[in-house]
Design a protein around this ligand. Structure first.
Ligand SMILES: Nc1ncnc2c1ncn2[C@@H]1O[C@H](COP(=O)(O)OP(=O)(O)O)[C@@H](O)[C@H]1O
Ligand SMILES: [Mg+2]
Length: 368
């Protein structure tokens, strides 16, 4: 079927009124296929929707994902009625998804007039991204995260990942362990510290929050004119977890001075100015929503998640490059070195980073 006909068919399944007027593919995301489809309404006005074909190779349990999204968006809509939140349409069967004849999984949401940024270099965009994810966490602070499906089990169970990693090092099925002795030694030296938060979480030390798990700036919609954040989108990986993991993963990515696969480690640093900008936006939103213990562990979470990702790249290298897409044979090893180098820099700067967190908290409390 031609794409146009497919989109018309999908729209009718979701009971959209009017007729398809135009459509365009959105190239910003890189997981799902997203189309902006505009309809001419019976009253002749034009209304746009976002049609998405979910990548079911990546997301194996789409029904659970849609249930999580429904839970979270319904909660925000109910408790923050004046704010913008993703709205998903339903089929005549009452589902917020539809499997077409090819087995593709479709969903339809309202189009929110906005812009997204693909690069996050500007400190004001970084602060606004922090504000958006902080606001999302604040909106959901009264929501019991444990009702959500853990759609990717143990995704951030660092302790479990560490144990698996070291058993793979022992197996060494591709004889690659020798290429990474220094990196393995480093992970071994921080094993206790990197596993601390997930151990404490398993014992119930932190509240079970809603985590987004893909806290990139192109998952925030911004107002075209004011450049203020409107809404957090891309809720496919919403799961129960620790609030600090989302924070840590966001700054791990945003405050890295180089690309995730930079081979020249002299260019890889953790940028404290960018960290402060993100903190400013984030903490302003969560200052009354998170516990003191959660805030006190934001920097440890940043270190943890960076070690975790470095270890995941190295694990994939050792196990024959089956998970992450690679462009050249040592790509995962290069990525691992880059993350572990970043982790060392975070470790070195941790007193300064903790000072920034509490300084921004103090400023937010005083309304500065
Ligand atoms: N409801 C929406 N309104 C406006 N733009 C959207 C909406 N949903 C998605 N987009 C745009 O489409 C892009 C890809 O969507 P996203 O849900 O993030 O998919 P992916 O999982 O592929 O990243 C976003 O970065 C954003 O630019
Ligand atoms: Mg996205």
């Amino acid at each position: 079927m031609r794409l146009f006909d497919t989109l018309c068919m999908i729209g009718s399944r979701f009971q959209l009124p009017g007729t398809v007027y135009s459509f365009e593919q959105i190239t910003q995301g890189n997981i799902n296929s997203t189309y902006k489809v505009s309809y001419r309404m019976p009253d002749k006005s034009i209304k746009s929707y976002m049609f998405q074909r979910l990548n079911t190779v990546v997301f194996k349990n789409p029904r659970e994902i849609m249930k999580n999204i429904d839970n979270v968006t319904t909660y925000i809509r109910k408790n923050f009625p004046s704010e913008t939140v993703l709205h998903f349409h339903h089929t005549s069967d009452g589902d917020n998804f539809f499997f077409d004849g090819d087995g593709s999984f479709w969903r339809v949401m309202n189009y929110i007039d906005s812009i997204t940024f693909n690069v996050c270099e500007d400190l004001s965009v970084i602060a606004a991204t922090g504000e958006a994810f902080g606001h999302f966490q604040m909106q959901l602070s009264g929501f019991d995260g444990s009702v959500l499906y853990e759609t990717i089990p143990d995704f951030h169970n660092t302790r479990k990942r560490l144990d698996t990693f070291f058993s793979h090092v022992t197996e060494d099925p591709y004889s690659r362990v020798n290429d990474a002795t220094e990196e393995i030694e480093y992970i071994s030296s921080v094993r206790l510290k990197a596993g601390e938060l997930s151990d404490r979480f398993a014992k119930g030390a932190f509240p079970v929050r809603v985590t987004h798990n893909d806290t990139k700036c192109n998952n925030v919609l911004f107002d075209r004119v004011t450049k203020r954040p409107i809404a957090v989108i891309d809720l496919d990986t919403v799961m129960p977890g620790m609030s600090m993991v989302d924070f840590g993963d966001a700054v791990r990515c945003i405050a890295n001075t180089a690309d995730e696969d930079e081979p020249d480690l002299s260019r890889v640093f953790f940028d404290t100015a960018k960290f402060r900008a993100f903190c400013k936006g984030y903490i302003g939103q969560v200052k009354d929503a998170l516990t003191a213990d959660e805030i006190d562990n934001m920097v440890l979470a940043t270190f943890t998640i960076t070690v975790e990702l470095g270890m995941r790249f190295l694990d994939d290298y050792i196990m024959g490059d089956t998970y992450f897409k690679t462009d050249y044979p040592e790509h995962n090893l290069v990525r691992a070195r880059c993350q572990l180098h970043l982790a060392k820099d975070i470790q070195k700067k941790s007193d300064e980073l903790n000072f920034i967190v509490h300084d921004e908290l103090e400023k937010a409390r005083q309304g500065r």
